[in-house]
Design a protein around this ligand. Structure first.
Ligand code: NAD
Length: 434
């Protein structure tokens, strides 16, 4: 099928590349000319395991190309995806400026029947808004499909290629066979395409992210209670999560959720609920707990070293909001770094992928960057671990003690065994474990 994907970010680039790998002809569009030039030159602007190889192969084999020219890409495309960002506006609502601008461009540029698929995460009612724009602009038949994306950064290729389900909101009967053909290679393993109305599909995405955020805030709040009552949250999560109704996955305490999705999607769903005069009490608490949780590691450091950190130096392992990505949007590491810098500390960080992102968009040169995890430790008063990259999991504690000025470790992801670390002569702080 001839496909165009507008918005070549984490979702658009992964979706476009995977669709090309499934045999479709895909043109990826982005308004960012530098990004398009980089992709055309063989570069890949984001870190996502396995992506570069697939981009190269499909480009080489002629199924994948990149352009800034949306109108030409839409011309003759049977399917046009909208995969641009939907960031939080000041009032917490999802900013639909990009989505609606792209809808208008598609409407004006289409030259035959086109299935317009909204991949971006958008609030209930957006498909209706897109339809209204196409009603005004399109000279050919169309349908608007709400097809939210559930991929996880760091495992995006696998998630796209082997989805648990594909949610498809639609209106016209002609659309189903188009979507069936489009995704046929993905559902051979028996995973379903769930057809429904547009509004329910839009809501499904928010329901998923809001529920996952709720699990995290729930276990995070319990972890803090465990600290107060001297229980071990790790044992508690196993004790409770082993119930098959609850489950152990996605049930780890940590330094708060971040990333480009949970914070903004929770806010957007709360906004939708307020507009409907039905404020969501649970999500209000989920968000408040998360804001508090992002400050927990910095509070532990301040408690240990006193409020004034002038002259103190810290090693920071991990900047990305989670492992296997260079994405630092809403990363708890940024909150921790800024709090410690404000208190007078200096910081040297190491992250296997996110340091360029930190330099250009987040912490700049307010902190130092090391070439290796070990180098970051040199002369530091403590190590603070904020992202659970695999390479941080196995540690030579003797070597660490040698490099640190003081043998103190703050583990914001509970990846070390407290008794092992303490047996190595290291003062150890974690979350919710005695
Ligand atoms: P992103 O910021 O990485 O990428 C968006 C891209 O769209 C950028 O490259 C930007 O230049 C481009 N763009 C914006 N306006 C444009 C326009 N008018 N024409 C052409 N290009 C334009 O965003 P993302 O992380 O890929 O997220 C996209 C959507 O997918 C969001 O709604 C997000 O909530 C949703 N989503 C993201 C993830 C994730 O893990 N990142 C997962 C599921 C869903």
């Amino acid at each position: 099928m001839q496909i165009c994907v507008v918005g070549t970010g984490y979702v658009g680039l992964v979706a476009g590349t995977c669709l090309a790998d499934m045999g479709h002809n895909v043109v990826c569009v982005d308004k960012d000319a530098d990004k398009v030039a980089l992709l055309r030159g063989g570069g890949v602007p984001i870190y996502e395991p396995g992506l570069e190889h697939l981009v190269h192969r499909n480009t080489r084999e002629g199924r994948l190309s990149f352009t800034t020219d949306g109108a030409t890409a839409v011309d003759n495309a049977e399917v046009a995806y909208i995969a641009v960002g939907t960031p939080s506006a000041d009032d917490g609502s999802a900013d639909l400026g990009g989505v609606l601008a792209v809808a208008r461009m598609i409407g004006e540029a289409m030259t035959s029947r086109t299935t317009v698929i909204i991949k971006s995460t958008v609030p209930v009612g957006t498909a209706d808004k897109v339809r209204a724009i196409l009603e005004e602009t399109a000279k050919h038949p169309y349908d608007v499909v709400s097809n939210p994306e559930f991929l996880k950064e760091g495992a995006a290729i696998d998630d796209f290629m082997k989805p648990d389900r594909i949610v498809v909101g639609f209106q016209h009967a002609e659309t189903r066979p188009v979507v069936d053909r489009l995704y046929a290679p993905l559902v051979r393993s028996g995973k379903p395409i769930l057809y429904m109305d547009n509004r329910s599909a839009e809501m499904s995405k928010y329901a998923s992210n809001a529920f996952l955020a709720t699990r995290i805030s729930f276990i995070n709040e319990l972890a803090l209670l465990c600290e107060k009552v001297n229980a071990d949250v790790d044992a508690v999560r196993r004790g409770a999560g082993s119930d098959s109704r609850i489950g152990l996955r996605f049930f780890f305490p940590g330094a708060g959720y971040g990333g480009s999705c949970f914070p903004k999607d929770v806010k957007a769903l709360m906004f939708t609920a307020e507009q409907a005069n039905f404020p969501l009490k649970i999500l209000t608490a989920v968000e408040a707990v998360n804001e508090q949780q992002k400050t927990v590691m910095a509070s532990k450091v301040l408690k240990r070293f006193g409020g004034d950190l002038t002259g103190k130096h810290f090693a920071l392992w991990g900047l990305a909001f989670k492992p296997q990505t260079d994405d630092m949007r809403e990363a708890p590491a940024v909150v921790v770094a800024k709090t410690l810098l404000e208190a007078g500390a200096t910081i040297t960080a190491y992250d296997p992928e996110a340091m360029p992102e930190s330099r250009s968009h987040y912490l700049g040169e307010t902190i130092g960057y090391a070439e290796s995890p070990a180098e970051a430790l040199d002369g530091a008063d403590a190590l603070i671990l904020m992202t659970e990259w695999n390479e941080f999991r196995t540690v030579d504690w003797d070597a660490m003690r040698e490099r640190l000025k003081r043998p103190v470790v703050f583990d914001g992801r509970n990846i070390y065994d407290p008794s092992t670390v303490r047996a190595a002569g290291i003062e150890y702080y974690c979350i919710g474990r005695p």
